[in-house]
Design a protein around this ligand. Structure first.
Ligand code: NAD
Ligand code: DAU
Length: 373
């Protein structure tokens, strides 16, 4: 049977054991669901369950005999070593991170700890574990680190990030991910650890925490609140559906060449104001207001994010040419499905609003942390 990538038969992957860090987060949960659905591999989900971790996002696979959960902080070396020892994984897909740029402006310490120290701990534990393996298990072991296009900094009006673009991170988040990528490279060059890195553009889709632009705007619109657009709304992001990303990550894990990096992007460059207007148009169609007014009337331009990167765009030629991956979802159809998902899954995000985050403005700096708009 072919999986979504069309490259490798889903049932030909053998009974692999994949350790997924951050599997209770947005992309990690999509990876866990993808691996259980599309392959016969076993998943060990290792997650600390920070504010962003949510076991509701993996509820549909929780009872699958090929799924396990370990509540572990990746910075805890003894616990990480125990997990490796107990589960004897064939590969690790490392997604656990502090992921929100605005929070990194307010409270950078957690980003340094998880994104840099956490990656270091995983690399060291993985290196010691891999060095003890023998034969095919050693040769086939992979450490796949999932990273971001933000390590490359900001683009002008033209061009796109390739794997050769120099690193120029601008936010504490981006700098911490750049450091993580450098550690992965060093462990490959110095110790020979068979690692691959992928750098992705902005993801969107179901189960995204409502601090991020697309779910935040949907949820605020449904609540009749102001729709905050930073600055003039002319910053551009290259949007990729999370399920396309999950398929790409599996392909990079299985077919990527150790020591290489792969850029993944959706090929959908859209300005923020356009994203917000498109969400409003979909909501006007799906849940029209009784008075016939458009959600666009509540768009509000608010003070910009400090150090706000102007434009991201990914050149995904390498992964397309060498591994045969390309995204399937167009932004129009993906955004429509995503808005529908948030309408149909209110319990998922309402619980978050009650317990973790109520939609307040983040990212104006440590002195303004928690400010409301
Ligand atoms: P997320 O914030 O939704 O989830 C992060 C997960 O990591 C959560 O489940 C959290 O509990 C867990 N976690 C955090 N600190 C941990 C720790 N110390 N130990 C164990 N678990 C911990 O993030 P996401 O958007 O799913 O991003 C996943 C990865 O993909 C990150 O590495 C991020 O940098 C990268 N990435 C994200 C995007 C995007 O658009 N969201 C794009 C490119 C790359
Ligand atoms: O490019 C990949 C990155 O994409 C990932 O590495 C990050 O983990 C992920 O969070 C995302 O970063 P961004 O900063 O681009 O995503 P965010 O959803 O926070 O913001 C998207 C754009 O929308 C950005 O230009 C800022 C803007 N924005 C965001 C929010 C939350 C607004 O205009 N208003 C808002 O309320």
């Amino acid at each position: 049977m072919a999986d979504r990538t069309g490259r490798r038969g889903a049932r030909e992957n053998g009974a692999l054991k994949i350790l997924v860090t951050g599997g209770a987060g947005f992309i990690g949960s999509a990876v866990c669901r993808y691996v259980i659905r599309e392959t016969n591999a076993t998943v060990i989900n290792v997650d600390k369950l920070t504010y962003a971790g949510n076991l509701d996002s993996v509820a549909e696979i929780a009872d699958d005999p090929r799924y396990r959960f370990e509540k572990v902080d990746i910075c805890d070396e003894l616990e990480v070593a125990r997990v490796f020892h107990e589960h004897q994984p064939d590969a690790i897909m490392h997604l656990a991170a502090e992921s929100h740029v605005d929070r990194s402006i307010d409270v950078p310490a957690a980003f340094i700890q998880t994104n840099i120290v956490g990656t270091y701990v995983l690399l060291e534990v993985a290196r010691r574990y891999w060095e003890e393996l023998e034969g095919a298990r050693k040769a086939n072991f992979r450490f796949h680190s999932v990273s971001t296009d933000e390590v490359y900094g900001s683009l002008g009006a033209t061009g796109a990030f390739t794997e050769e673009t120099p690193y120029r991170p601008n936010s504490p988040y981006a700098a911490s991910k750049a450091a993580s990528d450098h550690l992965v490279r060093a462990w490959t060059k110095t110790y020979g650890l068979p690692a691959v890195t992928s750098n992705s553009s902005n993801n969107y889709g179901p189960y995204q925490f409502p601090e991020k632009l697309i779910p935040l705007i949907i949820i605020k619109a449904l609540a009749g609140q102001q729709l905050p657009v930073y600055g003039r709304g002319d910053n551009v992001r290259d949007w990729m559906h999370v399920e396309d990303h999950a398929a790409a990550l599996w392909m990079v894990l299985r077919e990527g060449v150790p020591g290489e990096t792969y850029n993944t992007g959706g090929g959908n460059e859209v300005s923020n104001i356009d994203v917000v207007r498109r969400i409003c148009a979909l909501l006007d169609e799906m849940v029209p207001a009784a008075d016939g007014r458009s959600h666009t009337e509540r768009i509000a331009f608010v003070p910009d994010r400090p150090g706000h990167d102007k434009r991201y765009a990914i050149d995904a030629t390498k992964i397309s040419r060498e591994l045969g991956w390309s995204p399937r979802e167009s932004f129009d159809s993906g955004l429509r499905k995503t808005v529908r998902w948030y309408l149909d899954n209110r319990a998922w995000w309402q619980r978050i609003l009650e317990t973790q985050y109520r939609g307040e403005r983040l990212g104006l700096g440590p002195d303004a942390a928690g400010a409301t708009d």
